[in-house]
Design a protein around this ligand. Structure first.
Ligand code: ZN
Length: 148
C-alpha cells in the first residue's frame, strides 16, 4: 500500500473530538510489536517517519521547534549545549515515566528533531539519543551532528 501523504493525514474531520489523543493510546500504537516484524529495522523506520514529519512542517527556527513540541505535547524541548548541539526533552510523549529498559526509546523524536533541523540549517544532520527514560534518565537528550 502506498504511504498516505501527510496533508491527507492532517484532515481528521473530528469537529467534536478535535486532534488531541491520549498519551497512553499514542504509546500503545508506538510500542506495537514493530520490532517483532522489523527487527532492529524498526528503529530506523520510526526515525525516518519522524524525520519526514519534521521536514514537512518547514519550521523556520529552533524556537519554532520548541514551540511546536510544546503546543503539540511532544515534549518540553530545551537546548542544553550549542556546540556541539545537544537537545533535551522533558516530559517526552514516548518515554517519560517508563521504567529503565537498557535502551533508548525515542527514535521517532530523534528523527523529528533531525528533520526540523535539516530544514533550519540547510544541512544534513544526524541525531542520536544519549539519555532516555529507557536508560533510567529523567529526560531525553539528543546529540546533533551537523554533517554539512
Ligand atoms: Zn527517550
Amino acid at each position: 500500500m502506498a504511504q498516505i501523504p501527510l496533508d491527507i493525514l492532517k484532515n481528521t474531520n473530528r469537529p467534536t473530538l478535535g486532534d488531541s489523543i491520549n498519551t497512553v493510546l499514542f504509546r500503545i500504537i508506538r510500542f506495537a510489536d514493530l520490532e517483532k516484524y522489523l527487527g532492529d529495522g524498526a528503529n530506523a523506520v520510526l526515525y525516518a517517519s519522524g524525520k519526514k514529519f519534521g521536514e514537512s512542517l518547514d519550521l523556520k527556527s529552533v524556537d519554532d521547534v520548541i514551540e511546536f513540541c510544546k503546543d503539540n505535547k511532544i515534549g518540553i524541548v530545551e537546548i542544553v549545549n550549542e556546540n556541539p548541539l545537544q537537545v533535551r526533552v522533558y516530559e517526552c510523549i514516548t518515554c517519560s515515566g517508563l521504567p529503565k529498559m537498557g535502551k533508548t526509546l525515542c527514535h521517532f523524536e530523534g528523527g523529528f528533531i533531525a528533520g526540523c533541523l535539516e530544514n533550519i540549517f540547510g544541512k544534513k544532520v544526524q541525531v542520536k539519543e544519549t539519555h532516555c527514560a529507557g536508560l533510567g534518565h529523567e529526560y531525553c537528550q539528543f546529540d546533533v551532528k551537523i554533517l554539512g
